[in-house]
Write a protein that binds this ligand. Structure first.
Ligand code: BES
Ligand code: ZN
Ligand code: MN
Length: 509
C-alpha cells in the first residue's frame, strides 16, 4: 500500500530514496528546461541539473523519465527528471501522467518525493488540484496486479510505500481533502483493475457477484443479489437467454447509496460479461482471451460505488449490474430465438455475440423502475467503438446534454470520451419482421456498429430519464506496454468519470 502526503520541506534536504523533478521540453535549439520546484536541487548541482539530464538523453517529452545518481549532492541517492512536455500545455493530466510514469520507473524505491510545478506559468490550475493530480498519477502509476505466479519473482520491484508531494508553505485544508480524495479514487480504480485482471475461471458470475457484494457491504452500502431463480421469477429474459448457456449461472447485483437530504437520483448500469466467447456465433480464437475484460463496465460501476460510499455526495446513487458468461452449450441461446425482455419487449436474436445489449436491456429497464433523474450505463459493448474512436477514447451516446457532461467530466479526469449520434435510419434498420425489435441491424454488415448498440439500449430507457451510454470497448483494457499512469491490463476507465459526474450532479443538479 502506498500512502501520499504533502510536505513543505526544501526538496534538496529530503532524506527519501528518490526525488522527482520536472523538465519542460526543449524549445528550438535549447535543451530541456527545469520546471518549477527544482530550484534548490539545481543549486545543489551547481546549476547544472538540466544540462546533466540533457547529457543523459532527456528531452522533456511527456512521461519520459531519466534517472541520475546524486552522489551526495543532495541526500536523496536518486534524482529523477520526468518530462512535462511544452510548458504552455502542461495541464492536470500532464502532471498525472508524469507522476504515474515516475512512480512506475522508480518502483523498488521505498520512499519518493515529488517536487513539480503546482501552478504553471499561466496559472492554469489551482495548486490543490495539481497536488491531487500528482497524487492520483503516482498512486495509479504504482498499481501492480498480484498475478498468479507460484514463486516470488526475483528482482520484482514493489511500488513505494510513501509518496510525498512538495508544496510551497504547509498543506492547507483543501490540499489535505484533495489528497484524501485521490487516495479514495485510486483505491476504487485499483479495485476495478483487479477485477478486470482476474482470470475468467476465477471470476464467473456467482463469484463476481459475491466479490462485489462483499466489497460494497464492507463500504456500508445496501446490496441485493438476484440468482437464477430470482431472475426467472422476475422475468429477466435477456439476462437468462445469455447466462443459461453457461454452467455458472447469471446474477443481477443491485447496490444502493441513499444519503439523507439527497438532491436527485443517479442510476448506474454496467455490463458484467465475465467471459465472452461470442456463444453460438463464436468469436475467432485470436485474442479471445481479452474477453475476460468484458465485465469492465460492471467492475467500474461497482468500484465507483465504493468511492461514492467514501466521498458521500448529496445525491442517491443506485447500481444495477447484470452478470453472465456468454458460452456455448446445449442450453445456449441461438440466432433466431425470440426473447421476451424484462420490460416485455420481444427481441429477435440474430447474433449471440451481441450479448451485452441483451443483459443491459433488462438491467436498464429495471433501473428505470426506480425513476432516476439520470442513468449512466457503461459497457464494453462493440468492437465498432474501437474502429471509430480507437483504444483511448470512449464513445458516448444518449441524451445530448448528459453526453456533453460526460465528455467534460472525462476531459477533466483524463478519461477522454466523445459524443456520437443516434441516427433515425439506424433504428429503422433494426425493425424485425416477427418481433418488436431486432437485436442487430440485418444485412447492414458492420456499418455503424457502435450506434446500433446504443439505439438498441435506448428502447429500454423510460421516457423522461436523461441517459448516457458509454462504450468502453477500447479504453477499459490496455494490452500493450504501460504508459503514464496506465498499467498493462484493466485501466479502470471510466471509474473517475462516473465519480466526477455524480459529484457534479450532486453539486449542480
Ligand atoms: N464484448 C464485445 C465487444 C468488444 C470487442 C469489446 C472488442 C472489447 C473489444 C461484444 O459483446 C461484441 O461481441 N460485439 C460485437 C457486436 C456485433 C455481434 C453486433 C462486435 O462488436 O463485433
Ligand atoms: Zn461482449
Ligand atoms: Mn459479444
Amino acid at each position: 500500500m502506498t500512502t501520499v502526503a504533502a510536505i513543505d520541506n526544501d526538496p534538496a534536504t529530503l532524506t527519501v530514496d528518490a526525488l522527482v523533478v520536472g523538465l519542460y521540453q526543449a524549445d528550438g535549439d535549447e535543451g530541456p528546461r527545469l520546471a518549477g520546484g527544482a530550484e534548490t536541487v539545481d543549486a545543489a548541482f551547481s546549476g547544472r541539473l538540466a544540462a546533466t539530464f540533457a547529457l543523459l538523453g532527456a528531452t522533456g517529452a511527456v512521461g519520459e523519465v531519466t534517472k541520475l545518481a546524486s552522489l551526495g549532492a543532495v541526500p536523496a541517492p536518486v534524482v529523477a527528471a520526468v518530462g512535462l512536455g511544452e510548458r504552455e500545455k502542461c495541464a492536470a493530466d500532464t502532471l498525472r501522467r508524469a507522476a504515474g510514469a515516475a512512480a512506475r520507473a522508480l518502483a523498488g524505491n521505498d520512499t519518493i518525493a515529488i517536487s513539480l510545478p503546482l501552478a504553471d506559468a499561466e496559472g492554469h490550475q489551482e495548486p490543490a488540484d495539481a497536488v491531487a493530480a500528482l497524487a492520483e498519477g503516482a498512486l495509479l502509476g504504482g498499481y501492480q496486479f498480484g498475478g498468479y505466479k507460484t514463486k516470488a519473482e526475483p528482482g520484482r520491484r514493489s511500488p513505494a510505500t510513501s509518496v510525498s508531494v512538495v508544496v510551497a508553505d504547509g498543506a492547507d485544508q483543501d490540499t489535505k481533502a484533495q489528497l484524501k480524495r485521490a487516495a479514495t479514487l485510486t483505491a476504487a480504480v485499483a479495485q476495478a483493475r483487479d477485477w478486470v485482471n482476474t482470470a475468467p475461471n476465477q471470476l464467473r458470475p456467482p463469484q463476481f457477484a459475491d466479490a462485489v457484494a462483499d466489497a460494497v457491504r464492507k463500504a456500508k452500502l445496501e446490496v441485493e443479489v438476484l440468482d437464477e431463480k430470482a431472475l426467472r421469477k422476475g422475468g429477466y429474459g435477456g439476462i437468462l437467454a445469455v447466462g443459461e448457456g453457461s454452467g455458472a449461472l447469471p446474477r443481477l447485483v443491485r447496490i444502493a447509496y441513499r444519503p439523507k437530504g439527497a438532491a436527485g437520483h443517479v442510476a448506474l448500469v454496467g455490463k458484467g460479461i465475465t467471459f465472452d466467447t461470442g456463444g453460438v456465433s463464436i468469436k475467432p480464437a485470436q485474442g479471445m482471451w481479452e474477453m475476460k475484460s468484458d465485465m469492465a463496465g460492471a467492475a467500474a460501476v461497482a468500484a465507483a460505488m465504493l468511492a461514492v460510499a467514501a466521498l458521500k455526495p448529496k445525491v442517491s446513487v443506485t447500481a444495477c449490474l447484470p452478470m453472465a458468461e456468454n458460452m456455448l452449450s446445449g442450453n445456449a441461446y441461438r440466432p433466431g430465438d425470440i426473447v421476451t425482455m424484462y420490460n416485455g419487449k420481444r427481441v429477435e436474436v440474430l447474433n449471440t455475440d451481441a450479448e451485452g445489449r441483451m443483459i443491459l436491456g433488462d438491467a436498464i429497464a429495471r433501473a428505470c423502475e426506480d425513476e432516476p433523474d439520470y442513468l449512466l450505463e457503461t459497457s464494453t459493448l462493440t468492437g465498432g467503438q474501437v474502429t471509430a474512436l480507437g483504444k483511448r477514447v470512449a464513445g458516448v451516446m444518449g441524451s445530448e446534454e448528459l453526453c456533453d457532461r460526460v465528455k467534460l467530466a472525462g476531459e477533466k479526469v483524463g478519461e477522454p470520451a466523445w459524443p456520437m449520434p443516434l441516427p433515425e435510419d439506424v433504428r429503422k434498420n433494426m425493425e424485425s419482421d416477427i418481433a418488436d425489435l431486432s437485436q442487430v441491424a440485418s444485412g447492414l454488415d458492420r456499418a455503424g456498429h457502435m450506434l446500433q448498440g446504443a439505439v438498441f439500449l435506448s428502447e429500454f430507457v423510460s421516457e423522461g430519464v436523461a441517459w448516457a451510454h458509454i462504450d468502453i470497448a477500447g479504453p477499459s483494457y490496455h494490452p500493450g506496454e504501460p504508459y503514464g499512469y496506465v498499467a498493462k491490463g484493466g485501466t479502470g476507465v471510466p471509474v473517475r468519470t462516473l465519480v466526477e459526474l455524480i459529484e457534479d450532479i450532486a453539486a449542480n443538479g
